[in-house]
Design a protein around this ligand. Sequence first.
Ligand code: SF4
Length: 631
Amino acid sequence: MLMEDKRLDAFFTSNGHLNKRLSGFRLREAQQRFAVEVSSALARNETRMVEAETGIGKTLGYAIPIVLSDKRVVISSYTKALQDQIVNEDLKTAIEVAGPHRTVAILKGRDNYVCVEKLKHLGPRAAGQPQLVRDLNLLNAWSYRTKTGDLSEIGTIQPELKAQVTTTAEDCQGRHCSSFDRCPFFRARDRAVSADIVVVNHHLLVASYFSDTALRSAILDREFQLIDEAEHLPEILRSAVMRRFDFSWLKDLIQDLAVANKEVGSQDSVLIDIQQSFADFSKKLSRSGLEMESASTDPAAIRERLVDFLDSAESLLLNLKSILEPRQLQSRLVLKMLLSLTPRVEKIQMLAADIESQSANLWYDLGAEGPVIYAATQSGQGLPRYIDLDSTPKLFVSATLSVAGDFTFFQNQISEAPLLGLSIKGGFDYTQQVLGYRLGSDIAVDHDHFISNLIERVLPVLPSKTLMLFTSFQALTEAEELIRARYSSELFVQGDQAVGDLIERFAGAGAGILMGTRSFWQGIDVKNAGVECLVIDKLPFLSREDPVVSGYAQSLDVTQDWFTSFVLPDCAIRLRQGFGRLIRSEDDRAVFIIGDPRFWHASYADVLQRALPSFQWTQAQSDVQQFLGKV
Ligand code: SF4
């Protein structure tokens, strides 16, 4: 037994430190086994994959050995909400009981922190917009009070306002900024550099590999990486290496030009003219949808059209540069605009060169502000695997890393060489806590009446509190309309209000149905909401139309079978994530319903069935009532 294992005994036992510190602490053998695995990987500097079933107390299970290890560690989580939860709950407890000398910092992406420089310049632009003036006054007052500058402190913020008070790496002036000394992002980065343990999210972790040395050193100069909810990491890496370019910056630029024109002395005709040229270009882009769609059957025509847009943007920006250079001393805003032009022009030139030389695979989406362009490595050259980015030992953990104990799907996405993988079970007793209700009708998923048939069959058995997960907004909307006509309790529908508020209201209600699509499958926790039933409409297969998915498919070795090697295991893991919303504590008992007949009859059905934990199924409504104690 490793020395570290013995130290863990002082925490994961019935009279240990955790039991004394936490009122609801339950001794779980699986949690202790997981902590030993983490401790062993830390001590041996080994890279491993550990799947820890939901309910074993995974976060505390890794927080204690990390704090005990005395190593400089980065912990990465999938979402920013989870980052906050790790730091404020489990890691806080671990520090208190296992290592009060250890320091912790949290670091998020730049666009999560208020840019005090932008906030300063927004005042003049807000004139004549009473709502914006009110919001800005509140933000200003908060910006002087906050210790972190993290916008999540002020709750939900309108995306339009957020975009106006945060900045991007391209637009940030860094050390040249007059507000640098009180910049929340740079302060957070400095705290991260000196902390023993830094908690980031996967997007920032991946971005740091392709970023400046200061960000790299804050996050990556560490002896160990623990990547929680690791199943999301490969997709994020794929998105990061597929260069994305859009024209949303035009709006800010046009507004900045209007303000700069006032600052350098009203009615500078040259500035007015260039502002108008950018506005005309912006209008042309927002009308580009029809043009692009009419050219969509001809790849050469699409490439030509995209290069035209990029060439126009480049020449406008170069023209602007020559106009701003002689005026740079007249206003800070002019200087700021000038500094942001060169990196943007370089990005455009590189993208246009890739498109023209056909050295990258290319996709585009049509947004309201013009095309969003994606470019990725050509087929055959492959996409990088996470493990090859550096030699730091890494522990990949999650409740859903394998398909019925087989780690091949996840491992192939992060490493060419085999890795050690281990599943730790023992979370919940699904045989006692879940009953599957098999619907009597097997109508095909592409049938016009699929959703109406599903709702018809599930409504009679629904208990007081139900969670419904859909694979598309279209299905959700159709189901919502049908249920509203026949259901007396309240519906809590994704999109009606901020997700956190929606779940809080649902949890507080005596009865109701919470309805959501893809982001609800893995991103919400309905613990203590009294959910007694989960309904899933269809199997969550990937859409080939997603540019990132399509890019990955094209970059795979053509000898691989796309469906069995990628689509099917991905669906199995997503299904298990959705199922994972159902049981959140040892006291939960709930019914599971899946409407998709492919779960029972498809040639691959056994893969999906084995991906879920074992529990009983019934076709009798009376069994459901009895199971839920309603008879
Ligand atoms: S340094 Fe960058 S992010 Fe910070 S206040 Fe200045 S412009 Fe904004």
